[in-house]
Design a protein around this ligand. Structure first.
Ligand code: PMP
Length: 382
C-alpha cells in the first residue's frame, strides 16, 4: 500500500469538486469584491451566495456569517471582540480547548484583568455541565463561556444543546469552537441557542486559510481587524474569494453527504477499534474517543501497549510505511508536538503509555486499516 492518510482531524483532503470550483474562480472571477464594475460585482455576488448557503444550512441570517482566514482568526475575533465590546468580566472556558481559544483567553484575562475560570472535566475529559452551572451562579458579572463542541485530539463531544441552554438561562454569552464539528454535524442555531460559532473549511474537505464565524444578530461586536469596509464592516481586507467559493462547495457537499459519510466513517472507526482490540487485548482508548454518542465519529485516540522508547520510533516507522497519523500524547516525551489535552490535562499514571491519534474520512477504506493493523502487528513483534 502506497499512502494511507489517517490524519483528517489535522486537516482533510480537498474534494475534486472543490478544486474545480476554486480553479474556475481563479481563472474567471478575479475582480475585487469591493469594486463597483462588473468584475467586482460578479466577485461580490459569489461571496454573498456563499454566505447565503451557509446561513441557510445553519438556520441563520446571511448577515450573521463573517468570513475569516480560518478557525484561529474566528476564535480570536469572537473572544477578543466580545471581551472588548460587551463588558465581559468573567471568561469561562476549559483546559481541553484548542490553543486558539485557550491562549487567547489567557491573554485576554491578563489584558483586561478578567476572572478566568475553567470548567471541571469528568473522568473522560469532557467539561461537566453541573460545574458550569456553579460557575454561572457564582456571581452577577457579565460572562462569556467558550467551550468546543468536538475536541480535535481526543474526540470528546459536549451535549451542546444542554450547554447552550444553560448559558442562555443564566444570560451568559456562549461561543462554541465548532471547527471540528461544522461539516460533520447538523447545526441549527435557532434550536441550539449559541451566540457565536467558529469554523474552518479545511476540516471538511475544503481549502486551507478560510473559515467563518457565526455572530448572532445585533450582538454588538466591532471588528477585530480594521481597514476597509469589507465583510459588511465586520472584517477589513479583500476577501479570499476563491477560498470562499471553495469553502461553499465543500460545505454544500459535506451536508449533502453527511448521513452517508457519517455512517461510512463511523463504520471504519469501529472496525479499526475492533481490529486493535483483537491485536492488543489490553488496548485503551483515551478520552471518550472510543465511546459511541460521547465522541465524534471522525477520530480515535489509542493508548498503545509499547514502551516509551519503542513508541518514539513508531511514528517514523509508520511514516516510512506510508501511514500518516499523529501523536496522541506527549506524556512520554515531554515534547510539545503531541496532544496538550493528554499531557497537560489528563496526564495521569495510566497515560504514561504512548498514544496515537488516527482520524478518518470517506477517502479511507477497511483495506487501509487492515494494512495499518498489519504494520502495528509487525512492529509489536519486532
Ligand atoms: N479549533 C479547533 C478545534 C481546531 O481543531 C483547529 C485546527 N486544528 C482550530 C481551532 C484552528 O483552526 P485553523 O487551523 O483553521 O486556524
Amino acid at each position: 500500500m502506497e499512502k494511507v492518510y489517517l490524519d483528517s482531524a489535522a486537516t482533510t483532503q480537498v474534494r475534486n469538486e472543490v478544486i474545480a470550483k476554486i480553479q474556475d474562480c481563479l481563472v474567471n472571477c478575479y475582480g475585487n469584491p469591493s469594486s463597483t464594475h462588473s468584475f467586482g460585482r460578479s466577485a461580490k455576488t459569489r461571496i454573498e451566495k456563499a454566505r447565503k448557503t451557509i446561513a441557510k444550512q445553519l438556520n441563520a441570517k446571511p448577515s450573521e456569517i463573517i468570513f475569516t482566514s480560518g478557525g484561529t482568526e474566528a476564535d480570536n475575533m469572537i473572544l477578543r471582540c466580545a471581551v472588548r465590546d460587551l463588558g465581559v468580566k468573567t471568561l469561562i472556558t476549559s483546559k481541553i480547548e484548542h490553543h486558539a481559544v485557550l491562549h487567547t483567553a489567557e491573554e485576554l484575562a491578563e489584558e483586561y484583568s478578567l476572572n478566568l475560570q475553567f470548567v471541571e472535566l469528568d473522568e473522560e475529559g469532557t467539561p461537566r455541565l453541573e460545574h458550569l452551572e456553579a460557575l454561572l451562579k457564582a456571581d452577577d458579572s457579565k460572562k462569556l463561556v467558550s467551550l468546543m463542541h468536538v475536541n480535535n485530539e481526543i474526540g470528546n463531544m459536549i451535549d451542546i444543546d444542554a450547554f447552550a441552554q444553560l448559558c442562555k438561562e443564566h444570560e451568559a454569552l456562549f461561543h462554541s469552537d465548532t471547527v471540528q464539528s461544522v461539516g460533520h454535524w447538523e447545526w441549527d442555531v435557532q434550536k441550539t441557542p449559541v451566540d457565536f460559532l467558529t469554523a474552518a473549511a479545511h476540516k471538511f474537505h475544503g481549502p486551507k486559510g478560510v473559515g467563518f464565524a457565526y455572530i448572532r444578530q445585533d450582538s454588538g461586536l466591532r471588528p477585530l481587524i480594521f481597514g476597509g469596509g469589507q465583510e459588511r464592516g465586520s472584517r477589513a481586507g479583500t476577501e479570499s474569494l476563491h477560498n470562499i467559493v471553495g469553502l461553499e462547495e465543500a460545505f454544500i457537499l459535506a451536508y449533502e453527504h453527511l448521513d452517508k459519510e457519517r455512517r461510512y466513517v463511523s463504520e471504519l472507526k469501529y472496525y479499526f477499534i475492533e481490529r486493535l482490540k483483537q491485536l492488543f487485548p489490553d488496548v485503551k482508548f483515551n478520552g471518550a474517543s472510543a465511546l459511541e454518542n460521547k465522541s465524534t465519529y471522525t477520530l480515535v485516540n489509542v493508548c498503545l501497549p509499547f514502551s516509551v522508547e519503542k513508541a518514539q520510533l513508531l511514528l517514523f516507522q509508520l511514516d516510512i510505511k506510508g501511514i500518516a497519523c499523529s501523536k496522541g500524547s506527549a506524556c512520554q516525551s515531554g515534547s510539545s508536538a503531541g496532544s496538550h489535552v493528554l499531557t497537560e490535562v489528563l496526564c495521569e499514571e495510566d497515560l504514561q503509555k504512548p498514544s496515537l491519534r488516527f482520524s478518518f474520512s470517506m477517502y479511507n477504506t477497511k483495506e487501509e486499516l487492515d494494512y495499518v493493523v498489519d504494520v502495528l502487528k509487525e512492529y509489536a513483534l519486532s
